[in-house]
Design a protein around this ligand. Structure first.
Ligand SMILES: C[S@@+](CC[C@H](N)C(=O)[O-])C[C@H]1O[C@@H](n2cnc3c(N)ncnc32)[C@H](O)[C@@H]1O
Length: 505
C-alpha cells in the first residue's frame, strides 16, 4: 500500500515532537497500513482526516510508534549517583520535611522508576516512603498500563543481581511480579513531554530522570522539552540524562555538572560538596560484576572552571565546578577503547568514548565502538542510531554495515538485516563475516541455494593461504578462522542432508 507519509510525520512531530525518519519511518508505514485495516477507512486521506479530530485514534497510533526499550537498573552508575550524591545532598538542603519528589520522564513500562525506588529502598530501608515520592510519566498509555501492573518477564532483567530479584519480585516461571511495597510507591501519569501544560502531580520535582528519550527528538524539540522539564524542577533540582546523550542535551537551559565522572544538569546554583574520599561504588549489589564501575585511570584531571560561590550547608562545601572539554586527553585513544571492548569492559570503554566524542562528535571510530557496545548491551535501537551516525562521516564503512545488519538481525528485521549485509558484501566482496551472516539468514529463511552459495564463498575465502582482509577496521571481532570454517562446513553438511531427505521423499 502506497501511503503519503509526510502529513502523518508532520502531525506527529507537531503534537509530540517525535522525528520519524529511517527505521521509524518504515515502522510508521507498517503501522498506518495496520490502522487502515483496523479502522476500516478506505484510504489514508480519510484516515488522516479522522486522526486529526480523534484523540483516541491518535493515542492508539502513538502507542504503536513509540520505542519502549528499557530494563531494570539500566546505567547503574547513575543510580549510585542518585543514592550516594544527589539524594543525600538534597535531603540535607531541604528546608521542610516534605518528601523529595523524583520523576522518571519517559518511564516506558516502569523499569526505570521502580529501579529508583529499589535503589533508594536498599539505602534508606522503610524510610523510603516518608523521604521520597515517585512519579513516572510517558506518552504511551499501553506502556503505562504495563508499568501499573508491575508484571515483567526475563527480558526486563539484563543482569540484575539475584538477591535484588528475590527481594522485590515474586517469581513464577518466566513471570516476575513486583511486590506491592515497591509497586505502590510510584504514581504513573500520562505525560506528553512536548505539551504546554503538565498534570499537577508532575510539578515540584527535585530530581528528574530523563534517559534514552531525547534521542527521538531534534535539537529544537530537545530544547523545548528541556525547558518544560526545567519548569517542573524545584530550584537546585537535578536532571539526569542518559550518559551517551549528555552532550546533545547541553543546550544552555540548565547548568551541566560533572561529579565522580558522571554528568547531569542542575537548575540554579547547585552546591557540590567535595567528597572526603574518592567514591567507592558497589555496583555489583545490583548487577553482577561484568558491568562494574570504571577503574581509576591515571588520566590527567580535566581543567575546571569555578562558578558561583558556595552557600551554607552542613557538608564541607566547595565551589561549583563545571568541566571544560579537554583539548587532548592522552589517556583516551581509540586503541585503548578497542582493548576495553575486547575485554568486554564496556563501562570503561563507554566513558572514554564519551570524552572522544566530546572532542570530535563525528568521529566514526568512536561511534562504531559505541554502536558495538550498545549492540552487546542489547540496546539495538541505540546501536542502529550510532552506526548510522558513523555512516554520515564514512558512508562506505563496512563496520557500520555489519553493525546495522546485526542490529536488524537481533530485532528479527530479516529483510533489513539482509539489505545491510549485502551492502557490506557489495562494498567489499571479501567481507566473509557479512557473507557468513547472510548465509545464516538465508538458511533460516529456507533459501537453501543462496545459503549454500554464501557458506561456500566464506569457505573459499577462509581457505586461502592469506585470508583476505574483510574490510572491518574498528570492531573487535575475536573470530577464529578455523571455527568459522567448521561452522560453514557443518551447515553445508546439514543443508545437504536436508536436500537428500527431500529427494528421498
Ligand atoms: C526507550 S524508552 C526509555 C525508557 C527509560 N527512560 C529508560 O531509560 O530505560 C523511551 C520512552 O519515551 C517515551 N516518549 C517518547 N516521546 C514522548 C513524549 N513526547 N512524551 C512522553 N514520553 C515520550 C516513549 O513512549 C518510551 O516509552
Amino acid at each position: 500500500m502506497n501511503i503519503d507519509l509526510e502529513p502523518f510525520k508532520k502531525l506527529i512531530k507537531q503534537r509530540c515532537g517525535l522525528i520519524l525518519e529511517g527505521l521509524a519511518e518504515e515502522k510508521l508505514s507498517t503501522v498506518l497500513a495496520q490502522r487502515l485495516i483496523v479502522t476500516k477507512f478506505g484510504n489514508s486521506a480519510e484516515y488522516y482526516f479522522h486522526l486529526q479530530s480523534s484523540d483516541d485514534e491518535f493515542q492508539d497510533l502513538v502507542n504503536l510508534l513509540t520505542i519502549n526499550e528499557t530494563y531494570f537498573f539500566r546505567e547503574v552508575e547513575q543510580l549510585h549517583l542518585l543514592t550516594e550524591r544527589l539524594v543525600p545532598r538534597l535531603l540535607m538542603q531541604r528546608k521542610d520535611s516534605q518528601p523529595l519528589r523524583i520523576l522518571s520522564a519517559g518511564c516506558s513500562s516502569g523499569e526505570e522508576p521502580f529501579s529508583l525506588v529499589m535503589a533508594l529502598r536498599e539505602k534508606y530501608g522503610d524510610e523510603v516512603s516518608s523521604l521520597f515520592s515517585f512519579a513516572g510519566g510517558d506518552i504511551d498509555t499501553q506502556a503505562l498500563a504495563k508499568a501499573r501492573s508491575g508484571r515483567y518477564n526475563e527480558f526486563s532483567f539484563r543482569g540484575v543481581a539475584t538477591a535484588i530479584k528475590d527481594r522485590y519480585f515474586d517469581h513464577d516461571g518466566w513471570d516476575y511480579h513486583l511486590k506491592d511495597e515497591i509497586r505502590n510507591r510510584v504514581e504513573f501519569q500520562e505525560m506528553n513531554l512536548f505539551a504546554e501544560e503538565f498534570p499537577a502531580a508532575l510539578h515540584d520535582c527535585d530530581i528528574i530522570f530523563f534517559r534514552n528519550v531525547s534521542i527521538y527528538f531534534d535539537t529544537q524539540t530537545r530544547r523545548i522539552i528541556q525547558q518544560n522539564l526545567a519548569s517542573l524542577l524545584n530550584e537546585n533540582g537535578c536532571l539526569v540524562i542518559g550518559t551517551a546523550e549528555t552532550i546533545a542535551n547541553d543546550l544552555g537551559v540548565l547548568s551541566l555538572i560533572e561529579e565522580d565522572g558522571l554528568f547531569y544538569f542542575s537548575k540554579g546554583q547547585l552546591i557540590v560538596p567535595v567528597p572526603a574520599t574518592a567514591p567507592v561504588f558497589d555496583f555489583s549489589r545490583y548487577v553482577p560484576s561484568k558491568m562494574a564501575a570504571p577503574e581509576q585511570c591515571d588520566r590527567p584531571e580535566l581543567p575546571f572552571v569555578r562558578c558561583s560561590p558556595p552557600v551554607a550547608s552542613s557538608l564541607p562545601i566547595a565551589e561549583v565546578v563545571v568541566p571544560v572539554v579537554a583539548p587532548f586527553d592522552p589517556c583516551c585513544n581509540i586503541d585503548e577503547v578497542q582493548q576495553y571492548c575486547r575485554e568486554k569492559r564496556y563501562k570503561e570503554a563507554m566513558a572514554m568514548i564519551v570524552i572522544l566524542l566530546e572532542q570530535n562528535p563525528g568521529d566514526a571510530s568512536s561511534l562504531l565502538l559505541k554502536a558495538h557496545i550498545q549492540l552487546n548491551s542489547k540496546e539495538f535501537e541505540l546501536a542502529d542510531a550510532s552506526a548510522r551516525q558513523a555512516l554520515e562521516t564514512d558512508p562506505w564503512s563496512i563496520d557500520a554495515f555489519v553493525l546495522l545488519g546485526l542490529a536488524a538481525k537481533w530485532r528479527d528485521l530479516v529483510k533489513e538485516a539482509v539489505r545491510w549485509f549485502k551492502q557490506a558484501v557489495y562494498a567489499r566482496h571479501e567481507c566473509w563475516l557479512a557473507r557468513y551472516y547472510l548465509a545464516d539468514l538465508y538458511r533460516v529463511g529456507g533459501e537453501s541455494d543462496k545459503a549454500r552459495r554464501e557458506y561456500r564463498g566464506v569457505l573459499q575465502l577462509l581457505s586461502q593461504a592469506t585470508v583476505p582482509d574483510h574490510g572491518i577496521k574498528v570492531l573487535p571481532l575475536g573470530i577464529v578462522h578455523s571455527e568459522l570454517r567448521f561452522l560453514c562446513e557443518h551447515q553445508l553438511g546439514k543443508l545437504g542432508d536436508q536436500q537428500r531427505r527431500v529427494r528421498r521423499k
